[in-house]
Design a protein. Structure first.
Length: 310
């Protein structure tokens, strides 16, 4: 069985401006870069980028796991990993060559750009983005609806808007947003209500023209299977970096032909490359990886350069 020499390097990546979501304010993205080298000298890179409030392991758990891992590992050892972000990072390193192909790359038109301020759309439009995402459920609903309406009146023809509530709405507010969105060209509202409100979201998804997309409800492959088995046939927002082994995620999506949006957890290019590869294979919708403008550091597309940044 092939043996791999394992190395890891933790990183911290500061947001240009704090990211405000219903989960709170995010200032620094912490993660871990993984490097595997086989006996013939072939090198692969992976990335562990946990999102604890989505249900993955914590960054502390991931660092402790890497610290306690042996220096030499094999495929069987990797398949025994239980942490989902670590599963993704190690299997990505197995599949990722030193000089990655560009197969998973998308033109900007197929990226969704996350807006920090609504006026950011002009910058991203100039960079050929055509799909935009706005976080909601962080301010009073009347203010947010007025802000989104103003943005919709500014966006050029052909622009598409997504709204992400991060579980921050109650049922009445979700009705309000869906009624508003049905009057405009909103692609979907992402995870309007908490995970335990699945049945309510399922019912609402059948009452309005505007789609509801599940996100926090399907953070892991196990949750994805559960929501599918319970009847969800709407949009699934998949964050590959916390979903577990990419091979198992690929198998489930191919078998069930689900409607997917592949989305970021604010990883570097190393983790993003695998996410884009999966999206190229499995999704027809714009991917949610338009986030490089949120960072000044670790934006290189060169895996070796990223690794040597530490």
């Amino acid at each position: 069985m092939t043996k791999f020499r394992f190395e890891y390097r933790p990183y911290q990546r500061k947001f240009r401006q704090p990211l405000k979501t219903h989960h709170g304010i995010w200032v620094v993205r912490e993660g871990i870069l993984v490097r595997l080298e086989d006996e013939s000298g072939r090198v692969g890179f992976g990335e562990i980028a946990p999102l604890e409030w989505f249900g993955s392991e914590s960054i502390g758990d991931a660092i402790a796991f890497c610290r306690n891992a042996p220096e030499t590992i094999d495929f069987e050892w990797i398949r025994s990993i239980s942490f989902p972000a670590c599963q993704f990072g190690f299997e990505t390193a197995l599949e990722s060559p030193l000089n990655p192909s560009r197969v998973g790359d998308f033109e900007e038109q197929r990226h969704s750009g996350l807006l920090g301020k609504v006026e950011d759309w002009e910058l991203l439009w100039g960079q050929r983005y055509r799909t935009f995402k706005v976080k909601i459920a962080v301010a009073p609903i009347e203010i947010e609806i007025a802000t989104v309406e103003s943005l919709l009146n500014e966006l050029p023809e052909g622009a598409i808007l997504r709204l992400d509530a991060n579980m921050g709405l109650n049922e009445i507010e979700t009705h309000q947003w869906l009624e508003f969105c049905d009057s405009y060209n909103i692609e979907f509202i992402e995870q309007p209500m908490p995970v335990d409100q699945f049945e309510t979201m399922l019912k609402l998804s059948q009452q309005y023209r505007t789609s509801i997309a599940l996100d926090e409800s399907v953070a892991s492959l196990e949750q994805l299977r559960d929501c599918y088995d319970r009847g969800w046939r709407g949009i699934f927002v998949i964050k590959p970096a916390i979903a577990g082994f990419p091979s198992k995620l690929r198998e489930f999506c191919q078998q069930n032909q689900i409607d997917t949006v592949f989305s970021t957890v604010f990883e570097t290019a190393i983790g993003r490359q695998m996410g884009l590869q999966l999206a190229a294979e499995l999704s027809k919708r714009a991917v949610g990886y338009g986030t490089n403008h949120w960072f000044d550091e670790l934006n290189s597309e060169d895996f070796e350069k990223l690794w040597n940044s530490f």
